[in-house]
Design a protein around this ligand. Structure first.
Ligand SMILES: [Mn+2]
Length: 323
């Protein structure tokens, strides 16, 4: 099946006049790097492809984002569209959705609840990252150079929280071994993409720490950043994001929730757990969101207090605190 899918994709792309690669809205590193890896694999096979994102990427994010080209508007009608790391059509950038009926479409993902929304779908729910899926799917069809290895490394590093989440399997390390053998400087890659913080990012992080509140006897931790926090610190939305992994590591916390108000009244919510038997995607799904057992997200529009109380209620339900 692997080879058929990969072959079919490469064959369709080589006959196409134009190819687009895209991931989900608000892309993360796995999404961006799986797109970049896909672009490089196609390029090694003499195929040019554009990468489309839903809006301009925040420049304070890592080197790999600053040094590569992501388009926010479709340059043409594409003959082939490839979506990576994206579980559902509603998460696909609108520009791509608008073009998809005229194109042959491929969906490559690692979300176990992927709704198989394109013509050809290849989903490996057990793999750590979209990057790992792309690596295994196309291994026969690329030469693993340092450029490609760097993309894969960043994507896997990011979606596994630095190789510590439960989605890391021995097969993940088999891929990582091959990446390491190219001689990439893994320490520098991590430094340049994950370990720097802007002054603005530091200021918003301070506010996020101060906002943390506990519920359900300390089993739920919630951090909140309001739109004025972003305006006053001039931080970008992605710079407020790390707090969720910090609060999930507090002793006794089973579910960590970070709420971030982007535009006024529009709340982006991240949910994390490291607790066996707790599935935060159940909370996200209740509010039309999605994701993985241990990391999920959702978006809600309305009044903060009402949104907080609805999410807390659902979280308590999932934790069995309402019985
Ligand atoms: Mn991913």
């Amino acid at each position: 099946m692997i080879n058929n899918f990969a072959k079919k994709l490469l064959r369709e792309c080589s006959h196409a006049n134009s190819v687009a690669i895209s991931g989900h809205k608000n892309p993360d590193y796995d999404c961006l790097c799986a797109s970049l890896a896909m672009q490089e694999i196609l390029s090694q096979n003499k195929i040019k492809a554009d990468i489309l994102v839903d809006k301009p990427l925040d420049l304070s994010v890592g080197k790999v984002v600053r040094e590569n080209n992501f388009l926010t508007t479709a340059q043409k009608d594409y003959d082939v569209i490839i979506c990576v790391d994206t579980a559902e059509l509603k998460l696909v950038p609108n520009e791509i959705v608008a073009k998809k009926d005229k194109a042959i479409t491929f969906n490559i993902d690692h979300h176990k609840d992927n709704s198989m929304y394109l013509k050809y779908n290849y989903v490996k729910g057990g793999e750590s990252s979209a990057c790992e899926v792309v690596f295994n799917l196309f291994e026969k069809y690329f030469k693993l150079n340092q450029k490609l290895a760097t993309f894969f490394y960043i994507g896997i590093y990011s979606d596994t929280g630095g190789f510590i989440y439960s989605n890391v399997k021995s097969s993940t390390f088999e891929v990582l071994t091959k990446l390491a053998k190219t001689g990439i400087k893994m320490d520098e890659i991590v430094q340049e993409n994950f370990c720097s913080i802007s002054k603005e990012g530091f200021e918003i992080t301070k506010r996020a720490y101060n906002s943390v509140k506990f519920f359900g006897n300390g089993q739920i931790a919630v951090s909140t950043l309001r739109s004025n926090d972003f305006v006053e610190t001039k931080a970008s939305y992605s710079e407020g994001k790390n707090i969720v992994s910090v609060i999930q590591s507090i002793n006794g916390v089973k579910v960590a929730i970070s709420i971030s108000e982007h535009e006024k009244g529009v709340f982006h919510v991240s949910l994390r757990t490291t607790c066996d038997g707790v599935d935060v995607s159940l909370i996200a799904k209740k509010f039309n969101g999605g994701g993985h057992t241990r990391a999920s997200g959702l978006k809600m529009v309305g009044e903060y207090e009402k949104i907080l109380s609805a999410i807390l209620n659902q979280t308590k339900n999932v934790l069995g605190l309402l019985k």
